[in-house]
Design a protein around this ligand. Sequence first.
Ligand SMILES: Nc1ncnc2c1ncn2[C@@H]1O[C@H](COP(=O)(O)OP(=O)(O)OP(=O)(O)O)[C@@H](O)[C@H]1O
Length: 370
Amino acid sequence: MARYIYQHADWPGFQWDKDTIAHELAAVRHRQGRLLGRMESLGFDFRSEAVLQTLTDDVIKSSEIEGENLDREQVRSSIARRLGMDIGALAPVDRDVEGVVEMMLDATRQYADPLTEERLFAWHAALFPTGRNGMSRILVGEWRDDGTGPMQVVSGPVGREKVHYEAPTASRVPAEMQVFLNWCNAGQALDPVLKAAIAHLWFVTIHPFEDGNGRMARAIGDLMLARSEQTDQRFYSLSAQIRQERKDYYAILEATQKGDMDITSWLHWFLGALDRAFDRAELVLGKVIQKARFWDNLVGQSINDRQRLMLNRLLDGFEGKLTSSKWAKLAKTSPDTALRDINDLVSHGILVREAAGGRSTSYVLARPET
Ligand SMILES: Nc1ncnc2c1ncn2[C@@H]1O[C@H](COP(=O)(O)OP(=O)(O)OP(=O)(O)O)[C@@H](O)[C@H]1O
């Protein structure tokens, strides 16, 4: 008896309840179109900022699923530089951050290009620039070989692991991937959003690499979604949504991979997650518009790069109390300069002092909503 979906005789002939899914798909597609319209009606700068925020979120949250916490400023700087955007002072960027950003931008900007073995290998090499995952050496830029045993998704402490899934043996991977890639590049009648959902599931089911399969599946999903919109302007992040719903995502994935060829539940979950990603995108758009208005109100005012950096940090929703010593650290300047920058903004009514006094005095925006 088949234990996993790929062991069924009609694999990869995915089936689903056409009526139920068509209904849900129509609602999601409608919302996607409206959101896209709203984005396009924004001015160039607002739109670029929204895209920058979305891509930053996408990269950070996709890596967080793996437990890697990338530095937001580095990711933002890396994306801005690659998009040719001027965001003031750019943070120096680590190699691993560059790699994830490179993959994500290639997937979403070159969305119309075919997905090939070479391209996936290049993404994989970009994800693991040192040829290692942490301390362990892994096969990079090539399919896995199962040299260390079957490819399993496990959880729990060493010695008491729970196996959630076991992928097809390595010898099957090249042929499986060829079928998958041919399907990705063929123009079927299938709706591109459904194609994104199926591609994600299909890819993680083959699990062709020794590591990084989740991040690559999410990049492939993003590429397909960009195809569904015919634009490289990402304005929502499904990866960020998956991060938020990680437990449900693993559960539905596991159930689907242990089920038969009917993937209705998976498609239902994917479309729902997409809808919830749109909710989040509406919030991002609202924030971008708020930020743009804030800066519009300061046109003509002299603000240095450090002040601009810190005001943007506050506008992005600074967590905790912003004291002058934190300011000095984040703006990479001396405590005296930090205090001078702060006092200047306070005297212009841009920042206000909060509570306490002395060194624990913290500062907030005077009118963040304007
Ligand atoms: N319980 C589970 N059942 C089936 N598949 C799972 C389960 N848990 C995780 N997965 C899949 O395995 C992927 C992890 O594979 P891998 O470690 O190769 O990728 P990664 O990119 O390094 O990790 P991550 O997705 O956690 O960032 C997950 O993203 C998910 O798609």
